[in-house]
Design a protein around this ligand. Structure first.
Ligand SMILES: Cc1cc2nc3c(=O)[nH]c(=O)nc-3n(C[C@H](O)[C@H](O)[C@H](O)COP(=O)(O)OP(=O)(O)OC[C@H]3O[C@@H](n4cnc5c(N)ncnc54)[C@H](O)[C@@H]3O)c2cc1C
Ligand SMILES: NC(=O)c1ccc[n+]([C@@H]2O[C@H](COP(=O)([O-])OP(=O)(O)OC[C@H]3O[C@@H](n4cnc5c(N)ncnc54)[C@H](OP(=O)(O)O)[C@@H]3O)[C@@H](O)[C@H]2O)c1
Length: 262
């Protein structure tokens, strides 16, 4: 195999979950000493890399779905990936099986974390499309750190019911949070009972998101994290701004922040 590029280490795929024919999760195990301590903060992303047919490394960013998890001298990282038919890396990842090796980045990064949420916010709204739910699941696994919030609202907007991933994990988290975690699925291209229809900005505007979550958003209490499709982020930013919310800056506290996936 070609030399491992700087900032990457070999990992072994220890689990693969296929949610649909184009949507899957990969859990990898890598030597912990290749990572900083702690290896990452919930909500951050790392990188995956594979060799293409031309023998070149193709690398892309992927958020961890889990919180840092150590077993002896190994660290486990789990990623949720959607295969883009003409993409450069994801069709290669689509062929990966349990037991295969893949390169994982050793320098996780990103600011969509619990400690970046202003202390004054008591309700954390996590608005995601598609694979953008990943970092929020990681954040929710940090139960002790999330005790500071009165309400946690997890919104997952997808095209089809099959893409409503990690249902068991979410149900277990809802039990753990004893009513403080509200889960609102939105499905845009199928009618699904128990899920809202349409898109996040519409559902914010017409108050149906708040009604489904049984949480009333307010400038004083709410903080919104947005993650996934850049068009969703653009339109949701506009909607939030029309509702009176401001983008959060370190030098001037606001009520929302985001991570674009492309
Ligand atoms: C900070 C960060 C975190 C990310 N985390 C994840 C993650 O956890 N899971 C994940 O699947 N992707 C994630 N991505 C996107 C990922 O880095 C790749 O861009 C994606 O997997 C496509 O790679 P590719 O080489 O197959 O496609 P490319 O050849 O790079 O084609 C890119 C095109 O695919 C589309 N696209 C890219 N990502 C997505 C996506 N997630 N959903 C739908 N359409 C997409 C866009 O139209 C984009 O222009 C993240 C990106 C960033 C910047
Ligand atoms: N191989 C396959 O069979 C297959 C199947 C599906 C997808 N894919 C690939 O995966 C990619 C799509 O992945 P995805 O479904 O996770 O992503 P997506 O297109 O980002 O859709 C996720 C959700 O975001 C919504 N959305 C889109 N634009 C929005 C906006 N401006 N404001 C608010 N919400 C918005 C969508 O609603 P709408 O439905 O209303 O757009 C949908 O509910 C495609 O580009 C395709 O390449 C492949």
């Amino acid at each position: 195999m070609k030399d491992t590029p700087l900032g990457f280490v070999k990992s072994t795929v220890i689990k693969r979950i296929d949610w649909d024919d184009h949507l899957f999760s990969l859990r990898v195990q890598a030597p912990a000493n290749a990572f900083p301590t702690p290896a990452f903060t919930a909500g951050q992303f790392s990188k995956l890399a594979a060799l293409n047919e031309q023998g070149e490394w193709v690398r892309r960013a992927y958020s961890m779905v889990n919180k840092p998890h150590l077993t002896d001298d190994q660290i486990e990282l789990e990623f949720l990936v959607i295969e883009i038919p003409d993409g450069k890396l994801t069709p290669l990842l689509g062929h990966i099986k349990e037991g295969d090796q893949i390169l994982v980045g050793t320098l996780p990064a990103g600011f969509m974390t619990i400690d970046e949420v202003p202390e004054t916010a008591t309700d954390l709204w996590m608005l995601s499309t598609g694979t953008g739910i990943g970092p929020f699941l990681s954040i929710l696994e940090e139960v002790d750190q999330c005790q500071r919030f009165e309400h946690l609202v997890l919104v997952h907007a997808v095209r089809t019911k099959a893409e409503l991933v990690y249902k068991d994990k979410i149900m277990a988290l809802m039990k753990t949070y004893q009513g403080r975690l509200r889960y609102v699925p939105i499905v845009s291209r199928e009618d699904v009972s128990g899920a809202l229809s349409g898109r996040i900005p519409q559902r914010l505007q017409d108050d149906s998101l708040a009604k489904a979550a049984h949480v009333e958003p307010s400038i004083e209490k709410s903080f919104f994290y947005l993650c996934g499709n850049p068009d969703m982020i653009h339109d949701t930013r506009d909607t939030l701004q029309q509702m009176g919310y401001k983008k959060h800056l370190r030098r001037e506290a606001g009520q929302f922040s985001f991570e674009n996936y492309w």
